[in-house]
Design a protein around this ligand. Structure first.
Ligand code: PEP
Ligand code: MG
Length: 585
């Protein structure tokens, strides 16, 4: 029987396809306590799962085709060895007995312990063996899950080979971590639905860059939607229709075709200069996560990259960070692909919902207010200097800028500038080229930075407002937590006034200011931001053309006073009325 579920809209469009239920990681397991009387059976269930995997590995080894690389057999031997190590079973069996954890929980707990211990190991080769342990545990988890039509994301990605059929599948998951989302870039699914997530969670941001219909925060979706169910995602409204009637399916197919036509039409605007009706030139730049995004950014008509989220280069590395050479080539590839247009590399912004390692458990995650972004970089000067040298070296090949995330204190800016100077000196000593005048900017995403803007304007060359975090910290709501997603309000008077004041102060000081948070790509916000005086926007490249269309029909001279009036309103209903009027100006 058809039913619909409501979540949060994070992308546009319509997807129609069959549900593919996926668990985001091995650690996404059910956690429950078993009754006293069930301990022995639960311990046996765990041991049986180990035995089944042992048998599986044996069979795999025997059935290896002749001529298979030797490493394949050795690889299976290593896994069999890990599987037999009591370290994997002893503690979980104790946890089942003493704590009454279910088998999956006990095993995930022990995996966490082991991964933490491995992360401390100095030797690269040994440290990387953590991956093998994880893969072995995944196999056991899969057997424990047996009977549920559920597979892990990692195992699914590993087995997918025919990408043509993927567009007919809609991924349904409890949550998808940003590093897992990155794998979607290679696999063209029709869309995805998650139980968790907020509008500006990083999972949603990556989804937007994929330009596929999605709905997040659709509570219980992964419980209620069954494998192979027909699903429609109406992404504009964040609605998911499960098991629709033929009539509804036909209607949505018709809408889907209309959307495709509209998109094609929009593409005609690619070479049109971005000018408002009263002749103000607006710069539309792109936000990217990887060097491979640069050609798509150019193709969308972006006049540069306003935000390269460099942390995505550091994820999914099982603790091994990219070295200077690897980063240098990634940044150089990006700046060369942009053919002389500016590229803004944001230094690593790790933490909160972007853990270094995709397998990190929730308890390891750094809080949004913890040692993340520039705070973490300054606490790891060698890592930071490595990144700075890589960016500087790439700056010899195009127009590069450095952007620093989450600044709040003057001393953070000073320390960062000192490290940049040190990185330059190191390159000089090595006789390696870089742009000596590379511009350095601050992300304004902490209310303290917005309120004491002069600290940053004085010291830096440009600023970029990170509205995602600015809203999170101003309203004190975790942007990744869908339990408070309804409080994430870009129209809150405090938020609008802070943004307007940052733009006005920067303009007065003659310091370039842009917005690179999701707000820059929100159609409903375009006229309001123009009215505040914003002329530089950075957003996901697939939003650029629709925002351009809106700008082409905007008249800033008419918007200014209306937006000024909006900034003085406190009550939501008055705001709403005026916002509707502003849209028509
Ligand atoms: C922001 O906070 O608005 C921003 C652009 O950075 P991120 O979304 O990566 O935190
Ligand atoms: Mg941010």
């Amino acid at each position: 029987m058809a039913f619909s579920l409501h979540g949060i809209s994070v992308t546009n469009g319509i997807a129609i396809g069959r549900a593919l239920r996926i668990a985001p990681s091995t650690l996404d397991v059910s956690h429950h306590l078993i009754p006293e009387t069930g301990i022995a059976a639960e311990q046996q269930r765990l041991l049986d799962a180990f035995e089944i995997v042992r048998q599986e590995l044996k069979n795999l080894k025997v059935s290896l085709p002749s001529g298979s690389p030797e490493e394949m057999g050795a690889f299976l031997d290593v896994h069999a060895m890990i599987l037999s190590d009591p370290i994997l079973t002893e503690t979980p069996l104790e946890l089942i007995r003493d704590q009454r954890y279910n088998a999956e929980w006990a095993l995930a707990h022990q995996l966490d312990n082991l991964l933490n211990q491995f992360a401390e190991i100095q030797d690269d080769y040994l440290r990387e063996r953590a991956v093998d342990i994880k893969q072995v545990v995944e196999r056991v988890m899969k057997v424990l899950h047996h009977g549920e039509d559920h597979q892990t994301f990692a195992s699914f990605c590993a087995t997918v080979s025919d990408s043509r059929k993927l567009s007919e599948l809609i991924v349904v998951a409890h949550d998808i971590a940003p590093p897992d989302m990155m794998r979607f870039k290679e696999l063209q699914f029709g869309g995805f639905v998650t139980d968790l997530g907020g509008k500006t969670s990083h999972t949603a941001i990556v989804a937007r860059s994929l330009d596929i219909p999605a709905a997040v925060g659709v509570r219980k979706a992964s419980d209620l939607i069954k494998q192979d169910d027909w699903i429609i995602i109406d992404a504009d409204r964040g609605v998911v229709i499960v098991d629709p009637s033929d009539l509804v399916l036909d209607e949505y197919r018709h809408l889907q075709n209309q959307r495709k036509l509209e998109k094609k039409k929009l593409f005609r605007l690619k070479h049109t200069p971005t000018l408002t009706l009263d002749g103000v030139a607006i710069d539309l730049m792109a936000n990217v996560e990887m060097p491979d995004d640069a050609p798509a950014a150019l193709d969308s008509g972006a006049v540069g990259i306003g935000l390269f989220r460099s942390e995505f280069l550091f994820m999914n590395r099982q603790g091994r960070l990219p070295d200077e050479e690897e980063q240098y080539w990634a940044y150089r590839k990006t700046v060369e692909a942009m053919k002389g247009l500016p590229v803004t590399i944001r230094t690593i912004d790790i933490g909160a919902d972007k853990p270094l390692d995709g397998g990190q458990s929730a308890s390891d995650a750094v809080s949004p207010m913890g040692l993340r972004a520039i705070r973490w970089s300054l606490s790891e000067p060698d890592m930071f200097l490595t990144q700075l040298r890589a960016i500087l070296r790439a700056s010899a090949y195009g127009q590069m800028r450095i952007l620093i995330p989450m600044l709040a204190h003057a001393q953070e800016v000073d320390q960062t500038l000192e490290l940049i100077a040190e990185a330059k000196k190191q390159l000089e000593d090595r006789c390696q080229a870089f742009d000596p005048n590379i511009r350095v900017g601050a992300m304004i995403e902490v209310p303290a930075a917005a309120l004491a803007l002069s600290i940053f304007i004085k010291r830096l060359d440009f600023i970029s407002i990170g509205t995602n975090d600015l809203i999170q910290y101003t309203l004190a709501i975790d942007r990744a937590d869908n339990a408070v997603a309804h409080l994430y309000d870009p129209y809150h008077p405090a938020v609008l006034r802070l943004i307007a004041s940052v733009i006005a102060q920067a303009k007065r000081a003659g310091v370039p200011v842009s917005i690179c948070g999701e707000m820059a790509g929100e159609l409903d916000m375009t006229k309001i931001l123009l009215g505040m005086g914003l002329t530089d926007f950075s957003m996901h490249f697939n939003q650029i053309l629709s925002i351009k269309k809106e700008i082409l029909r905007s008249d800033i001279s008419k918007l200014r006073s209306a937006v000024q009036e909006l900034l003085e309103l406190d009550e939501a209903h008055e705001q709403l009325e005026l916002i509707e009027k502003i849209k028509t100006l």
